[in-house]
Design a protein around this ligand. Structure first.
Ligand SMILES: [Zn+2]
Length: 208
């Protein structure tokens, strides 16, 4: 039986670059890999798996929320590599888990642990629950030298805590930050949001 790996990290931790390097190493040894991505991730095109460093390749499989992953599709494959795994449905994670048993292909998933509010993505939650091996892909905070553990969302260059959970963005839409800088930036964002109502209240006559 093969293993299911979950390699998680923040934005900018070179997860996709790591995936592409693993694929390259397998192929250099004459082994066969399949690269997969969730259908939800269309940032760089429906089939493209692209790293911020500029390297990319086409995905062999695009996994919708009900993807069945027929075992025959994995015959003769030495590893299945999955990018942006936070966007997988729980059902697909369970199917990936099953494929490590029959036909016994190692599955290596790369993805974010949490969204911009610091909450687990459903795909990441399921991977944390069922993976054999959980590894962190590390990077440093954009504002200091501590390890980044949060993904700070920017809107027009400013930190924000608002909007839908999934908003695909390239460079600049999210920053990797430590807890201290996440707290400081999101507290500032909510102060700015409440500035207008507070000013309105301050002009109303105070009861004495
Ligand atoms: Zn920091």
């Amino acid at each position: 039986m093969a293993k299911l790996y979950f390699r998680y990290g923040t934005v900018g931790s070179a997860k996709t670059l790591n995936l592409l390097a693993v694929a390259h190493n397998y192929e250099r040894q004459g082994k066969r890999v399949l690269v997969a991505k969730p259908a939800l991730d269309v940032r760089d095109g429906a089939r493209t798996v692209a790293s911020r460093a500029g390297l990319s390749r086409e995905a062999d499989l695009v996994l919708g929320p009900d993807a069945t992953l027929p075992p025959a599709r994995l015959r003769g494959v030495d590893a299945l590599l999955v990018d942006e795994a936070q966007f997988l449905s729980e059902a697909v994670v369970d199917r990936l888990r099953e494929r490590t048993r029959v036909p016994g292909v190692p599955v290596i998933c790369y993805g974010l642990r949490t969204d911009f509010r610091g909450r687990l993505f459903p795909g990441s939650r399921r991977l944390l629950e069922v993976a054999d091996t959980i590894e962190e892909v590390k990077t440093t905070c954009a504002a200091c030298t501590r390890k980044a553990v949060f993904n700070l969302r920017l809107a027009d260059g400013r930190p924000t805590t608002r909007g839908p959970r999934v908003r695909l963005g390239g460079d600049g839409a999210y920053l990797p930050v430590c807890y201290a800088h996440y707290r400081a930036a999101t507290a500032r964002a909510s102060r700015q949001r409440s500035a207008f109502p507070a000013a309105t209240r301050s002009t109303t006559p105070r009861r004495t």
